[in-house]
Structures are given as structure tokens and as C-alpha cells.
Design a protein around this ligand. Structure first.
Ligand code: NAD
Length: 367
């Protein structure tokens, strides 16, 4: 994890100083756009909810990159996106001809926004096509797949980043500062949860283990794991977990609600939970000389934070626009993202250990 110590002061101030809305965003970032660099072209792979509802709109507010292309299996979606975003035919691909993207100079970055079981394949194919890659969370089905993705990107000499937008969100960044710099003293406890009440169609890939890798833990719990890790800037050494299901017939293959304890070096034990049955989204931290936290913590709507001194007064930003603009800068400067593949791998090691703990009922080492 890139710690606050290793962030340049400029990077932190930049994210912290960005106000809601595109104008503030573009004004703030423009100072960092090297004049000689053209905006980088991003192709979104998979045009589902997140691409349509969040990433494509955010790309209308980026300074360093733009929506240059799409990859989709649905010709009707391709036509609608082409019209809405004024895309060129030569920048529209499907899953079969995807590898031809290597010959397309308009596409610099491929953003994998597919069901989890497709993340590894398309990340590796993208890197082998010579493109830099952003892959959505959770990074892959398990830690072993993450390692293969990291190795493939290294071999192809391409940058890999995970869609951890909260590392660019001022309230979450403030939590990192408060926790990592021990502004209120040593952290004594962390409790965090994330979830929503999953309704609807049981054909959804999120309910099929082979496609999702798991349920709410993979989808929502990853944020709770991240929250504890980036408050402390430490990696947990072991985990103990238990689960409950109120709708076992609906969540046949995947977890509904999981509760866990992460043990960190030095003995601090933090609590976390994930759910497809509860609307959770909080991070509460108690330290020697005060407390701080977030609620709502992890969504891309409003984020609110507090400390012992009162409410945080920080701007709301378009997380994804900042995240993608930062990655474009990483490409220009040939530097690692603050959320590289290794960061996704660390979370998946914890996820794997939580599932092993559920299987065995034991405390499991995170390795
Ligand atoms: P979605 O179901 O809405 O979209 C998935 C897309 O993949 C669809 O366009 C679908 O047509 C396509 N697809 C291609 N092959 C498929 C197959 N074999 N089965 C099913 N779909 C197939 O999902 P989503 O909510 O857009 O999530 C996509 C990724 O984005 C996931 O990894 C998810 O965790 C992530 N996500 C991240 C955030 C965030 O805040 N960072 C938010 C939502 C989703």
C-alpha cells in the first residue's frame, strides 16, 4: 500500500482540494497535465451497471484521459454507446476480436469492468496487447489468479491498477492520515461493515460462485478489509470468521453475511463484516486520544466523516474521475499507481483466509 508518508504532499493536497463538480476538478488537475502529452484513450470492457452508470459519466470529467473505445458482446449496446459518446467504429470491439486492439493507437488503457471470473483473462489479454490495465475490484477469484495477473503485466511491461476509487476520495484519505500518522494516538479499535440488501434476479452472476468467487465478502467486504488495512497501513496476520444466512435458498452458492476479526501485528484485533442482507457502510476507529470515522464510508454518493473535533469538512468528488486521471499520470510518468495489482492481491489473500476460516471454523494465517 502506498502510505501517506510516501505520497507527495502535492498529491495529497491535490485530492483534498478538489471540490465537487467538473469545473473544480479540471481546474485543479490542469496544472499537472504535461503539455506535451496527449489525453490517453480508455476502452471500457463490459458495459454493465458500473461502466454505464459511473465510469462513462466520470470520463466526461477527466482531464488526462477520455472514453476512446468499448468492448462489448452486445451489438445493440455498441450502437447505443457509439451514438451517446460519439465513438468511432474502429474503436468498438467484441470479446472475440478484442486482441486486435493491440494495433489501435487510440487505446492506451483498458479498463476491465466484467464479472470477476473474467478479470484475469481480460487483464492478461489487455497487457499482451500492449495496453496498460485498470481492473475492477475484487481483483480476481483468488490470490493465485492475482499473482498471475501481476506477473503477466510485469512480463508485458505494462502498468496494472485496481479500481480502488476510495484512495482518491478526501474523507477516506483523511482517515489514512489520521490513522497512519497516529494523529489521535495509537489506534485501539476498528469496526467496519459494508453491505446492501440484495434483491432481484437469481440469474445474476454475483450469485454464482464460479463467476463471482463468492458473495458479499468479495463484492462489499473488500471495502471493509481495505478500510482496516489503510487506517493502519499494516497487513493482518490472521483472521477468524463466521457467517449467517437468512435466505439460504437465494444465496445457495455464495455468502450472504460474514463477520470476521482481523489480527494485526502487535496484537490489535479489528472487527469487520459484509452483507447482502444489511445496508451497512461505516468505519469507526477509536484511538488513544480520540475517535474518528466515516458513515457513509464507501459508496460513490455522499461520504461523511467525523473526528473527536466534529464533522469533517471535506469536498465531495467524482472518485472515478480522480482515479482514472491519476492512472493516466502514472502512464505518462511510468510510475506505479498507489493502488497497483499488489494492493488487490493483498486483499484477496485476506479474502481467501476468511473463506478458509469459514470452512474450518479455525483462526487462519493470512499468507
Ligand atoms: P454488471 O452485471 O452490471 O455488468 C457486467 C457486464 O459484463 C455486462 O455488461 C455483461 O453483459 C458483461 N458480461 C460479459 N460476459 C458476461 C458473462 N459471461 N456473464 C455475465 N456478464 C457478462 O456488473 P457491474 O456491477 O457493472 O460490475 C462489473 C465489475 O465492476 C465487477 O467486478 C464489480 O465488482 C465492479 N464494480 C465496482 C464498483 C466500484 O465502486 N468500484 C461498483 C460496481 C461494480
Amino acid at each position: 500500500m502506498k502510505t501517506l508518508n510516501s505520497w507527495s504532499r502535492r498529491e495529497f493536497l491535490r485530492a483534498g482540494s478538489i471540490g465537487a463538480g467538473a469545473l473544480a476538478l479540471s481546474n485543479t488537475l490542469s496544472a499537472f497535465t504535461p503539455a506535451s502529452n496527449k489525453k490517453l484513450g480508455i476502452a471500457l470492457v463490459g458495459l454493465g451497471y458500473y461502466s454505464f452508470g459511473q465510469l462513462a459519466p466520470a470520463l466526461q470529467h477527466t482531464k488526462n484521459c477520455y472514453l476512446a473505445g468499448i468492448v462489448t458482446g452486445h451489438p445493440a449496446k455498441a450502437a447505443a454507446w457509439k451514438k451517446q459518446y460519439n465513438l468511432q467504429d474502429k474503436n468498438i470491439y467484441n470479446y472475440e476480436n478484442f486482441d486486435q486492439i493491440k494495433d489501435n493507437p487510440d487505446i492506451d488503457i483498458i479498463y476491465v469492468v466484467l464479472p470477476v471470473f473474467m478479470h484475469k483473462e481480460f487483464t492478461i489479454r489487455a497487457a499482451q496487447a500492449g495496453k496498460h490495465v485498470i481492473c475492477e475490484k475484487p481483483m480476481a477469484l483468488n490470490a493465485k489468479e492475482c499473482e498471475e495477473m501481476i506477473a503477466a503485466c510485469k512480463k508485458a511491461d505494462r502498468l496494472l491498477s485496481i479500481g480502488y476509487r476510495l484512495h482518491f476520495e478526501p474523507h477516506n484519505m483523511e482517515i489514512m492520515r489520521l490513522g497512519q500518522h497516529q494523529i489521535y494516538g495509537k489506534v485501539k479499535s476498528i469496526d467496519t461493515g459494508n453491505g446492501f440488501n440484495f434483491q432481484g434476479n437469481n440469474d445474476n452472476w454475483r450469485l454464482k460462485k464460479a463467476m463471482s468467487g463468492g458473495g458479499a465478502l468479495m463484492d462489499m467486504g473488500i471495502y471493509s478489509i481495505q478500510g482496516a488495512r489503510y487506517t493502519l497501513d499494516q497487513e493482518p496476520v490472521s483472521v477468524k470468521a463466521r457467517q449467517e444466512k437468512t435466505r439460504p435458498e437465494f444465496f445457495k452458492e455464495v455468502d450472504e453475511t460474514i463477520y470476521w476479526e482481523l489480527e494485526f501485528p502487535g496484537g490489535l484485533i479489528t472487527t469487520g463484516k459484509s452483507s447482502y442482507n444489511n445496508n451497512w457502510g461505516y468505519l469507526h476507529v477509536e484511538a488513544e486520544h480520540g475517535k474518528f470515522g466515516l458513515e457513509p464510508a464507501y459508496g460513490y454518493g455522499q461520504v461523511e466523516g467525523y473526528t473527536s473535533a466534529g464533522a469533517m469538512k471535506l469536498p465531495q468528488v467524482i472518485h472515478q474521475a480522480l482515479q482514472m486521471d491519476d492512472f493516466a499520470e502514472c502512464v505518462w510518468q511510468n510510475r506505479q499507481s498507489r493502488v497497483p495489482g499488489e494492493e488487490g492481491l493483498k486483499d484477496m489473500k485476506v479474502v481467501d483466509a476468511i473463506y478458509r476460516s469459514l470452512d474450518t471454523g479455525e483462526k487462519i494465517s493470512v499468507v
